[in-house]
Design a protein. Structure first.
Lengths: 270, 51
């Protein structure tokens, strides 16, 4: 096959051009497979593609010119339209994903502001209930080694989910939650406990774990005290204690580089 | 890189085979269309043989 590919071109330049063409096709097919392999329409697509391939092969080997003409001029565009109709929900989802890519920063920022609103609401709720909680925001340095110590969730963030995780009668309430790309990546994770002397001896293991992780990584940690319900932030081994909802929000905006001021809501919504 | 190749390797291999097959078929179709004689060629032949 490789011989045919290379001999078909004749020169190295032609061979390289053919290889690039095949590589592009390969990437295209693999991305299509990744996008659709677990969807309802996947089997329909496989069936359609198989039928089309068989027809093309039969037409080619038996020189069926009329069928070939119909295939290339009528059926191929028809199949393309048919695929768009079948995969309409998946295409919508894919385009929505593309729109939320950081390249299209305004929409992505709007989503992040939404996330921050949800997060601050959740922390305030936990604080009012005196429910202890520990969150670690992943930034430049990967927290994979700590994620592996917990239970991977990869869940969309919601106040209800967070309340459930940190409820004292659930299996995941011990340990910390790791948040990355505005998702809950894992719960019940074990963080390294700091060995340094903390000024306030009343600070518990949760605060020590937050200090320990922030010493080792560039993560931003948010702690809700079980005893007092106070909210703290820990970055670079430094604790900022007794923050209210607004202070927490503005500090997180700053640390996670989420600027609500830069988002033109009306422009984005319209 | 190695990890990326090993991850889901069967799907990647199948996609590569499909890409090569599709590429060959399309290339042959394109080549066949390019070598099909145009209408003017036989007309010129006739004119040449019957001046």
């Amino acid at each position: 096959m490789w011989e045919w590919i290379s001999s078909n071109g004749g020169s190295i330049k032609e061979f390289l051009r053919n290889s690039v063409e095949i590589a592009i096709l390969w990437l295209l097919f693999y991305q299509i497979y990744r996008a659709f392999h677990a969807t309802r329409g996947a089997r329909i697509m496989v069936g359609l593609v198989l039928c089309f391939m068989v027809l093309v092969l039969v037409t080619y080997f038996f020189h069926l010119n009329v069928i070939g003409w119909i295939l290339t001029r009528i059926l191929a565009p028809g199949v393309a339209i048919f695929l768009v109709v079948i995969f309409q929900p998946e295409l919508r989802m894919g385009l929505a994903k593309l729109g939320s890519h950081p390249l299209f920063s305004n929409i992505a920022k709007l989503h992040r502001v939404d996330f921050l609103d949800n997060f601050c609401k959740s922390v305030s709720l936990l604080s009012s209930k005196h429910c202890g909680a520990l969150f670690a925001f992943e930034r430049g340095i990967s927290l994979k080694q700590f994620i592996d110590t917990g239970v991977k969730t990869d869940a969309i963030f919601s106040p209800e989910l967070v309340s459930t995780i940190f409820h004292t009668k659930t299996a995941l309430h011990d340990g910390g939650v790791v948040i990355g790309s505005d998702k809950i990546l894992a719960a019940a994770c074990l963080f390294p406990v700091s060995q340094k002397e903390l000024s306030d001896r009343s600070l518990g293991l949760r605060h020590r774990a937050a200090v320990g992780l922030s010493e080792e990584t560039d993560a931003v940690l948010v702690i809700v005290s079980e005893e007092t319900g106070s909210i703290s932030i820990c970055v670079g081994g430094r604790l900022e204690r007794n923050l209210d909802g607004q202070q927490l929000r503005s500090r997180l905006e700053e640390l996670l580089n989420i600027s609500s001021n830069n988002v033109d809501y009306e422009k984005v919504v319209s | 890189m190695k990890k990326w190749f090993l991850n889901n390797w069967l799907a990647k291999l199948m996609c590569l085979i499909l890409a090569i097959v599709v590429w060959i078929i399309i290339k042959k179709f394109v080549a066949a269309e390019e070598t099909t004689p145009r209408r003017s060629v036989p007309e010129q032949d006739i004119r040449r043989s019957h001046p």
